[in-house]
Design a protein around this ligand. Structure first.
Ligand code: CS2
Length: 492
């Protein structure tokens, strides 16, 4: 079978393919963190924009380690396929909006683009830990090895923050209009998080630059949504069979897509809301959308991840096949999470129905293990804010404690059958130490709650919080995850 490339594109059996309008366009965006999510979301939307309306918005993608997406994409002329699947249905879209991929260690090459006036937007999907911040207080961790490195060697940055500061400074010094930094990560008020870490870095690096950034750069918040699991070998085979070409960089996703973007750009911006794709809007206030999505979707996703994994379920759709789990997830949404959501003009019931349908999508092999990654960076915004709201407003919370206790058990690195768990988390060593040094449930919980990057003082000192967590942990120890969820649903 031939490889997907410009030369072979005519043979590609896909519903959507690049047209000459895209092929003629030039670079306008640098994207930091070129993972599967970006390929099925912003890059696909930008592809649709250039195909349908035009504009010079080709993307230069920057990749940090992991899968060598540069070697996958360059022989394919940077073309790749997005498989949009729901159960048995599959539609293919070949995306042509990527100009090239650069690895982050080729920093001169990356900076060449970031310094260029052609680039108007620098967007980011670097995951929660890429912000090198302390999730409990939102400030930059000045001891993070990448940040220590970048403060001393800003000409060869390693962190996304270092790249941004370098380019912002270069453009200021050379009178080149600044780009808009556009974060697309799952963090509450993600624009403010990015602004804070950039300002913290600038303050430590050059106070004058700090003042200039404060006055001249704006950091829009965004809410992004599309479920895009890591591509499996099966996905590659399925897509190849339909496409009729080999594609090493394809991704599989769901039909649903949403993007809500705060409209405060300091340079030109793509008219992403003008394409035939619905559910993309520019607005004044993204916060209610972020809250809704982070707490309802990501919050229940993480609950499925830890409780599902410990119950022996490999994927989200497999977990949802267990009817009691499905009832549990809906209960979390309706009874524990929804009271903390304040959004107008959205039918929350319909939103939650659609979340359940999305989780049930058997076309996606979304592993519970994948979502369980980096819990220390995800849990504060996904669960703790909801729990704190419940504590302050007398909302009965029980299921989220079970989920939090499941995370503590997961973090031990040993499952209920005594097998190893491949825990991936920047705080993995801390978890291992805590488990090694605390045999009693109560001291275990006290030790976990003393992780300051995750639990702020207010919640860690709350006695109700502590005792509910302790009783959830005891339940899990006694019955195991699956039985605990089943009993929870019967007794609720
Ligand atoms: C998931 C998200 O891996 C995870 O933590 O919860 O990637 C989720 O699939 C997306 O946010 C959906 O928009």
């Amino acid at each position: 079978m031939n490889l997907l490339s410009n030369q072979n594109i005519a043979q590609a059996n896909a519903k959507i393919k690049p047209n000459t309008q895209i092929q003629a366009s030039t670079v306008g965006i640098v994207h930091l963190g070129f993972g599967a999510f970006h390929r099925a979301h912003q890059a696909l939307i930008t592809d649709t924009l250039m195909r349908e309306i035009g504009g010079n918005w080709k993307i230069v993608g920057v990749n940090w380690g992991g899968i060598d997406v540069k070697s996958q994409l360059s022989p394919q002329d940077n073309l790749y396929t997005v498989g949009v699947g729901y159960n048995e249905d599959l539609t293919l879209h070949v995306v042509g909006s990527v100009d090239r991929i650069i690895n982050s260690d080729e920093s001169d090459e990356v900076l060449k683009y970031m310094h260029s006036s052609d680039v108007k937007v620098v967007s980011l999907t670097i995951t929660e830990k890429g912000y090198c911040h302390n999730p409990a207080n939102g400030h930059l961790n000045l001891e993070h090895p990448f940040i220590v490195h970048d403060l001393a060697n800003l000409d060869k940055p390693k962190s996304a923050i270092g790249f941004l500061i370098n380019a912002i400074q270069y453009r200021r010094n050379n009178n080149i209009a600044p780009f808009t930094p556009l974060t697309c990560d799952n963090l509450p008020e993600n624009g403010h998080v990015l602004e804070q870490v950039v300002l913290d870095f600038a303050e430590a690096y050059d106070p004058e630059l700090h003042t200039w950034i404060k006055a001249n750069i704006k950091f829009p918040c965004t809410m992004v949504d599309r479920i895009v699991p890591r591509t499996t070998d099966d996905d590659v085979k399925k897509i190849e069979q339909v496409l009729g070409l080999v594609d090493h960089a394809c991704v599989m996703t769901e039909p649903f897509l949403q993007w809500v973007i705060e409209d405060k750009f300091i340079n030109e911006r793509p008219a992403w809301d003008q394409t035939s794709i619905s559910n993309i809007v520019f607005t004044d206030n993204v916060v209610p959308f972020e809250e809704m999505k982070l707490r309802l979707l990501n919050g229940t996703h993480s609950a499925i991840a830890y409780l599902g994994y410990l119950s022996g379920y490999q994927t989200v759709s497999e977990t949802m096949n267990d009817d009691k789990f499905k009832t549990f997830v809906r209960y979390l949404m309706d009874t524990e999470i929804s009271p903390s959501i304040h959004i107008e003009g959205i039918d929350l019931g319909a939103y939650k129905d659609s979340l359940i349908e999305r989780y049930e999508n058997a076309a996606l092999q979304h592993r519970t293990w994948q979502i369980a990654m980096d819990g220390s960076q995800k849990i504060p915004q996904r669960w703790l804010e909801t729990i704190q709201y419940g504590l302050d407003n007398n909302v009965q919370i029980k299921g989220l404690y079970l989920a939090l206790a499941a995370w503590i058990k997961y973090a031990s690195g040993i499952d209920e059958q005594g097998n190893d768990i491949d825990v991936q988390d920047p705080l993995k060593e801390t978890f291992t130490d805590i488990w090694a040094n605390n045999k009693e449930s109560e001291s275990l919980i006290n030790a976990f709650l003393s992780i300051e990057q995750m639990f702020n003082k207010k919640i860690a000192a709350n006695e109700t919080f502590k005792s509910n967590l302790l009783s959830a942990l005891n339940t899990l120890n006694e019955h195991g995850a699956k039985e605990s969820v089943h009993q929870f649903v019967m007794n609720k």
